[in-house]
Design a protein around this ligand. Structure first.
Ligand code: HSE
Length: 316
């Protein structure tokens, strides 16, 4: 059966995609995790050229409603790779977004994965999740947000000659994830421009050792090995000036009992890892928000869990 025959009569699907937090401190551009905050996409593929795009929720007023829309671009990529771009020239895209935009919680990855995943479902799933991961990484440029958005859980990703391999697992440790969300945007582009082209060998060793320790400790559930595992020398020190109060918020979270704290993705959100059985996530959230306030930054706090599922279909 060719792809065209497999197309459902409705050509419509609704999918849910989690937000994500990349890097986890030491795992710059390779570690990530999915969090329990979601964007929903209701996608209908059309055979004519109409493109109807409606968004509600986070950043709705800033989301392009034309060919530049990232959900549409991603859906188009799947259609092109499946040789169906001539059949489906238009779409109705309805988005309900809860992931804050340009704050380091993977809003662009969620949009990319939603477009790829939904289009792939409608045309009869010609691509598996690994192939969608490759497409998503092509669009996003790095895999650390798109991988957990697709697979859920905690992810380790390697890119080798354009191929992406992701290992997704559920840590033995149970965490509450406290995210301090400052009231300003920071584009990944800006946050990458401040990074150096090369780094000292000692900084590379600093991160390799911690990122390895982080993954090992999470797989085995060994909390005591987490103490320095989130620390980073490759990107956070260079980005600190883009997020006023970052060091103070880190210190405040640790003083309140967080196991570790990191810049979430490229920021400006900061994410603290709190042992779920300690029930101290509210205190950590309060301390982080207050530390931001002392630096004249208004911030809200989200208390989230690890999403274990990744992108999934919620209806059609
Ligand atoms: N790893 C990326 C960065 C995540 O830190 O620049 C941002 O999307």
């Amino acid at each position: 059966m060719d792809n065209a025959e497999k197309i459902s009569s409705e050509n419509r699907i609704v999918v849910r995609v989690p937000g994500t937090s990349a890097n986890c401190g030491s795992g710059f551009d390779c570690l990530g995790l999915a969090v329990t905050i979601y964007n929903d996409l209701d996608l209908t593929l059309l055979e004519d050229e109409r493109l109807i795009i409606e968004s509600s929720g986070e950043g709705a007023e800033t989301i392009p409603a034309d060919e530049k829309n990232i959900v549409w671009k991603s859906a188009r990529l799947v259609l092109e790779r499946a040789n169906l771009a001539e059949k489906f020239k238009g779409a109705i895209i309805r988005m309900e977004n809860h992931v804050p935009m340009s704050r380091g919680l993977g809003s662009s990855a969620a949009a990319i994965v939603a477009g790829l995943f939904a289009a792939n479902e409608i045309i009869g799933k010609p691509f598996n999740k690994n192939e969608l991961l490759k497409f998503a990484t092509e669009i996003e440029g790095h895999p650390d947000n798109v991988a957990p958005a697709i697979f859920g859980g905690f992810t380790v990703s390697v890119v080798d000659k354009g191929l992406v391999q992701t290992f997704s697992f559920l840590p033995k440790n149970k965490f509450k994830l406290v995210v301090a969300v400052p009231n300003f945007h920071l584009s990944t582009r800006t946050a990458r421009q401040v990074l150096p082209k090369t780094v000292p060998l000692k900084d590379a060793i600093f991160n390799i050792s911690r990122a390895s320790m982080l993954v090992a400790a999470l797989i085995e559930g060994k909390e005591k090995f987490l103490a320095s595992a989130f620390d980073d020398a490759l990107h956070q020190p260079y980005r600190k000036n883009l997020v006023p109060g970052m060091s103070e918020v880190f210190d405040a979270a640790k003083r309140a009992g967080a196991l570790g704290v990191a810049l979430s993705g490229a920021g400006p959100c900061l994410i603290a890892f709190s042992a779920a059985n300690k029930h101290i996530e509210n205190e950590i959230a309060t301390e982080m928000v207050q530390a931001f306030k002392k630096n004249d930054v208004q911030a809200d706090a989200l208390i989230l869990n690890l999403d274990t599922r990744g992108a999934y279909v919620i209806g059609n």
